[in-house]
Each structure stands twice: as structure tokens, then as C-alpha cells.
Design a protein around this ligand. Structure first.
Ligand code: ADP
Ligand code: MG
Length: 531
């Protein structure tokens, strides 16, 4: 064996490029993303030899100055990110500043671009990443990138490219993904000078879908939307009876990026239940969440994302699919079905309740344990109760009515809201000047003299009009009437609280959007103990 040598710089560059750019479709993906980042409204892709001989992307975006054009093909040059801290909140596709550099290093690349109307633009030509020519050129505002002879300097890789038709199919798939999330952009594709398709700008995703999909497939779709404070999940699912062994579309977008995510794809199939009979559904789904909840694997060719709570993601998605197109709806949303997906508990006794610092309830569930915030849980239960139920059902008459003396401000607020409060189950009567008598409180709530006073103080601070007002009022009633932190609960009380919580529509969040239940896997514990 010879002695160990460092690889020449050029070789390293080519290897790195090979990781980003696997085939013509990856070039198209990067170039389209750049055009979209540049706010293009029209993107045209032209190919020769399925992209092996030529890939050209023409856009009408903001274009580049001469300096930027020169910089754009050097590694880690990007206009989109100035610090790593911005990474998680990124709104554009690009941020690594290496795509164009990578493409340039394995091709003969031409850029024509202009960022100023009524002035000349820039022409740049590079081979293997080395600039051979840069000069002025006449071009309207926008950018054209032409990639010639992909992998001309990596013959083995070039040899691995498949037939022109196969590469063309992959490119169409890539374009379809972006066309779906950017219906306002016109996309077209030409192959060997022949128009393959033109997808004119559409008025929303639905209209775009009707252009992209076969009529039969489009007509089988059901639109849906589910939201909770952590995650919004919307899109289109095909009716199960129309499922075939092959599908036309199965696309998942997280925050407007096409991604791979096995938890979501498995949850979708799970939601259909047995209704598919081994066939595949068509689906197009959009998940939106705060970027801080996502772990983005910045492996450049396929974007993989991990949601911070995969168990929750699975349950939420499959339940939503089940509600939209699935078979039998689960009869009752119990702790069992929510936390264990219907699996049988491994233990004889399902939950062992234990209260930590009189504030948090620990419960053992299959595969781990969960921790429930007693105050938040109680808030959620009261909130749903008072917003949903008819007046009579939610009332809890008080054996000893509470007499409240109010300040003049509190009293005038009281007069404003007393009818609304009575619909929520707080029944009152005037009892002398500035004094009221509370004879009933909402079911499940724990309102007393002090918390009622606090409630009026809270209402005083609210903007008592507009759309969200009723909900704000309900939140305040729920919050003040909820079990407080620091209150000791018996086994029976804990069990009842948890049962009521999981009968709620959104058991995972308090009305303010904070989490109510956290789940922990046994596996993690085992790993942490190094077993
Ligand atoms: P990134 O997209 O990660 O920033 P790229 O290597 O893909 O990195 O692009 C480098 C830079 O070149 C971009 O940040 C952008 O400023 C510029 N650029 C590339 N393509 C275009 C385009 N079509 N229109 C305008 N600017 C572009
Ligand atoms: Mg880019």
C-alpha cells in the first residue's frame, strides 16, 4: 500500500459537488428554488438529452448584479443567510450557498442575468467552476442559467445517468412539487425544443391541481383542514374507494417545502384504516408549524424533517385523515386511543397515577409515561364545556351562594358581561348597590370568592368587543375556575381529570395554546441510563 496522501483540492470539490448534484433532476430542483427565491413569476425549463446535454432555467426574478453573479458560483456565497441563528426561521429555500458552486464545478455553466431595467446585464461562462469569460449582455431583468454537459469531468457519474426519458420523468416530478406550492407562478417545460407542458399561473392550489392531475384523480379528492396551536394540517386526500395499486400524487410539504417524512406517510395510511384494501391513495398534504419545532436535515438532495414530537405528529395526522376519509370513527377519544394508538397496555394496571409537587400528574402508559399539567388540563376541560354546551347542562348550583362586593369599575363591567357569563354557567343576581350574588358556576369549575374577583379584574383589562371576545371571555372563565397548581388531588380526582381531558377535542393544549400533556418513551430512559 502506498502512503496516505491528501486529495487534490479539485478532486475534493468534485466529490462534494457529487453529493449535492446527483442527476439532472437535482440541478433542476436547485435552479427552480433559486428562481422562486428570486420571486420569479414565470419559470421555463429547457432540456436536451433528458438534461444530460443541457438544462436551462429561465426566470423573470430579481436578477443579479455583476458582482453577485461572479460570487454566486463560489462556495458558501449566499445572499440569504448571514448567521447560523437565522437558519431556523428561514423563509427562502436556499441558504447554504453551495448549489450553484456545485453545479458549476461539474459542468460548463452559463449565466445571463440582469437586475436593473434599462441597463445591460451580465454574461458569465465557467468550466469546472473556473470563470472563463465575464462580460456585458443585453437581457431583461431576470436570470437564465444554462448547464451544459453535466458531469463532463466526472465520467463515471455521467455513465450512471439513466435514459433521457427516465431523467425527464424525475424532472417533471420535481417541477410538479414546486408548481403545487407556487400556483401563482407559471411553469413550463420544453424537451428537445418541444413543449412538454405549460402550467399557467393558477388561482390557488386547487385550480393548479385540476391542471396537473387526471380528471378522475382530481375528482376523487376531498379537501380538509385541521388546526391546533402547534400544527396546522391541510390538503387533499383521495376517497378510499378510488384507490388503485398505483398513485398519481403523494406529496408532503412541511412549511411549504417538499419533504420526506415517514411518520406522516405512515400516519396517512393508518388513518385510512382498512379501507384501502392494499391500494394506494392519492394525497397532497401541507403541514405548517413554527420552524423551531422542526429538525431539518440539511442533507442537500432530499430534505428530511423531524418534528420534535413524532408521536403527537402521528396521532394528529392519522386522526385527521380518519375524520376526513377513514372508516369507522373511534367511539370515544380516550387516553387509551390517544396515547397508545389502541394498543393493549402492557401492564395489568393501565395508569398509576402519581402527583408531583401537587402540580403535575404522572401516568404510566404503554411504552413510557406521560406528565399532565393539572391546571392546564382543568382549563381545557372547562373551556370546551362552556363553549359547547347549552346553558342548563353546564351549571353547578352553589349550596352557599357567593356574595361579591365590586368596585364601581368592576360593577360596570359586570353589567356589560352578565348575560354572556350566564350562558357560560355563572349565574348572578344584583344584591344591593355594587354587590352581586353568584348562585351557580360552570360545571367542573372551582370558582370561589377570590377567583371570581380576579375574573372581573381580568375582564376589566380585556377589549370587550370584536370577534375573539367571546373566546377570550371563555378563556378567562376557564383559567380562573381551573384547578390551581399546588392543589393536592386524590387518585379518584386525578383519574376523573384525565378521563375528562381525553374526552376533549383538543386534549393536548390549554386554551392559550400551551401543552397539557408531555410524553416520554421508555426507550429514551433506557438509553439515558446507558443500558
Ligand atoms: P443559495 O440559494 O443557498 O443562496 P446558490 O448557490 O443556490 O445558494 O445561489 C447563490 C446565490 O446566487 C443566491 O444566494 C442568490 O443571491 C444568487 N442567485 C442564484 N440564482 C439566482 C436567480 N435565479 N436569480 C437571482 N439570484 C440568484
Ligand atoms: Mg439555492
Amino acid at each position: 500500500m502506498g502512503r496516505i496522501k491528501s486529495l487534490p483540492k479539485e478532486t475534493i470539490k468534485k466529490i462534494a459537488a457529487g453529493e449535492v448534484i446527483l442527476r439532472p433532476a437535482s440541478v433542476v430542483k436547485e435552479l427552480i428554488e433559486n428562481s422562486l427565491d428570486a420571486e420569479a413569476k414565470k419559470i421555463t425549463v429547457e432540456l436536451r438529452g433528458g438534461g444530460r446535454d443541457l438544462i436551462r432555467v429561465i426566470d423573470d426574478g430579481v436578477g443579479m448584479s455583476r458582482t453577485d453573479c461572479r460570487l454566486s458560483i463560489s462556495r458558501y456565497a449566499t445572499s440569504k443567510l448571514s448567521s447560523i441563528a437565522e437558519l431556523s426561521s428561514l423563509k427562502t429555500f436556499g441558504f447554504r450557498g453551495e448549489a450553484l458552486a456545485a453545479v458549476a464545478s461539474v459542468s460548463k455553466l452559463k449565466i445571463e442575468t440582469n437586475d436593473q431595467p434599462n441597463s445591460l446585464g451580465t454574461f458569465l461562462y465557467a468550466e469546472g467552476g473556473e470563470i472563463k469569460e465575464i462580460r456585458e449582455v443585453a437581457r431583461s431583468v431576470g436570470t437564465t442559467v444554462s448547464v451544459n454537459s453535466l458531469f463532463y469531468n466526472l465520467p463515471v457519474r455521467r455513465g450512471f445517468l439513466k435514459s433521457a426519458n427516465y431523467e425527464l420523468r424525475l424532472i417533471m416530478e420535481v417541477m410538479k412539487n414546486y408548481a403545487l406550492i407556487f400556483p401563482e407562478v407559471t411553469f413550463s417545460l420544453k424537451n428537445e425544443d418541444e413543449v412538454v407542458f405549460i402550467w399557467p399561473k393558477a388561482n390557488g392550489i386547487k385550480e393548479r391541481l385540476s391542471t396537473l392531475l387526471a380528471k378522475r384523480v382530481f375528482e376523487s379528492l376531498v379537501e380538509f383542514k385541521f388546526e391546533n396551536p402547534l400544527l396546522s394540517f391541510s390538503g387533499f386526500l383521495s376517497r378510499p374507494e378510488t384507490a388503485k395499486p398505483s398513485y398519481e400524487i403523494s406529496a408532503i410539504f412541511f412549511n411549504r417545502r417538499p419533504v420526506k417524512n415517514r411518520v406522516v406517510s405512515k400516519a396517512i395510511i393508518d388513518g385510512y384504516g382498512g379501507t384501502l384494501r392494499g391500494n394506494n391513495p392519492n394525497y397532497l398534504v401541507f403541514l405548517t408549524t413554527d420552524p423551531k419545532n422542526l429538525d431539518v436535515n440539511i442533507h442537500p438532495t432530499k430534505l428530511e424533517v423531524r418534528f420534535f414530537d413524532e408521536k403527537f405528529l402521528f396521532d394528529f395526522v392519522s386522526e385527521a385523515v380518519r375524520k376526513t376519509v377513514g372508516g369507522e370513527k373511534r367511539e370515544e377519544v380516550s387516553l387509551d386511543s390517544f396515547l397508545n394508538q389502541g394498543k393493549i397496555f402492557s401492564e395489568e394496571r393501565p395508569f398509576t397515577f402519581w402527583q408531583l409537587h401537587n402540580s403535575f400528574i404522572f401516568a404510566q402508559v404503554a411504552g413510557g409515561y406521560c406528565v399532565i399539567d393539572q391546571h392546564a388540563a382543568s382549563e381545557r376541560i372547562i373551556y370546551e364545556d362552556i363553549l359547547k354546551s347549552e346553558k342548563r347542562e353546564v351549571v353547578q348550583p352553589l349550596l352557599f351562594p357567593i356574595i361579591l362586593e365590586l368596585t364601581p369599575e368592576e360593577f360596570s363591567v359586570y353589567e356589560e358581561v352578565k348575560e354572556e357569563l350566564s350562558l357560560f354557567g355563572i349565574e348572578t343576581k344584583e344584591f344591593g348597590p355594587k354587590t352581586i350574588l353568584v348562585s351557580a358556576i360552570p360545571f367542573n369549575s372551582h370558582l370561589g370568592e377570590e377567583s371570581l374577583k380576579e375574573l372581573f379584574q381580568e375582564i376589566l383589562k380585556m377589549e370587550r368587543k370584536g370577534e375573539g371576545y367571546r373566546e377570550e371571555l371563555a378563556k378567562a372563565v376557564a383559567c380562573k375556575g381551573a384547578i390551581k397548581s399546588g392543589v393536592r388531588l386524590s387518585q379518584v380526582e386525578m383519574e376523573s381529570l384525565i378521563n375528562k381531558l381525553f374526552a376533549c377535542d383538543l386534549p393536548y393544549f390549554c386554551p392559550h395554546g400551551r401543552p397539557v400533556v408531555l410524553k416520554f418513551n421508555l426507550e429514551d430512559l433506557v438509553r439515558k441510563f446507558g443500558r
